[in-house]
Design a binder for this molecule. Structure first.
Ligand code: ADP
Length: 167
């Protein structure tokens, strides 16, 4: 069976991520999305919330599942018998970091390959952090996220603002 893992923070899942998930699900028999808890990135949503949102948007894709993971991506891939790690490439800015990551992983785990999918043009500028910045400033994020995810982001910022006012 062909299995791929797609690791990331997904804080929150965007239409750009979804595009990569959908395209991977068309060429692989099983896709395991790995949600990382990268505290250095100061996530807006908890891992549980991020997984719930991913489950929601991928509900129609029967060969896609979501798992939490920590540690090395190659260990996560091995645990799922995946031979492929999927990453999305947006612009040149992604390239150097992704190349370094892929080459390092290949040295440690030669049996696992990294597969890059280039973004669909209309999402090539899109990132979770950009979406969060726009939302925190009261901007419209409906072009970038599934409607239910956009609602969650707005709700989260409302809660955070209420908390700040109370303080
Ligand atoms: P990470 O913390 O690993 O950067 P992200 O959730 O930001 O996690 O991204 C996970 C993966 O999805 C990365 O390979 C990233 O390049 C890719 N990705 C992020 N945004 C997009 C997008 N708009 N289009 C395609 N791929 C994307």
């Amino acid at each position: 069976m062909s299995v791929a893992v797609y690791p990331g923070s997904f804080d929150p899942v965007t239409l750009g991520h979804y595009d990569i998930i959908m395209r991977t699900a068309q060429v692989m028999e099983r896709v395991v999305i790995g949600v990382l808890n990268n505290q250095a990135k100061k996530p807006l949503f908890s891992v549980k919330e991020r997984i719930a949102m991913l489950e929601d948007v991928t509900a129609g894709l029967s060969n896609v599942e979501i798992q939490y993971f920590e540690g090395l991506t190659i260990d996560f891939a091995r645990k799922n018998q995946a031979k492929v790690i999927v990453r999305g490439l947006r612009a040149v800015t992604d390239f150097e970091y992704e190349l370094q990551l892929a080459q390092t992983n290949r040295v440690i785990a030669p049996e696992i390959d990294t597969m890059f999918l280039t973004t669909s043009l209309k999402y090539s500028y899109l990132s979770s952090s950009m979406v969060k910045e726009i939302a925190s400033l009261g901007g419209d994020i409906s072009e970038f996220l599934h409607p239910q995810i956009a609602r969650n982001v707005l709700k989260k910022y409302e809660e955070l603002t209420c908390k700040e006012i109370r303080l």
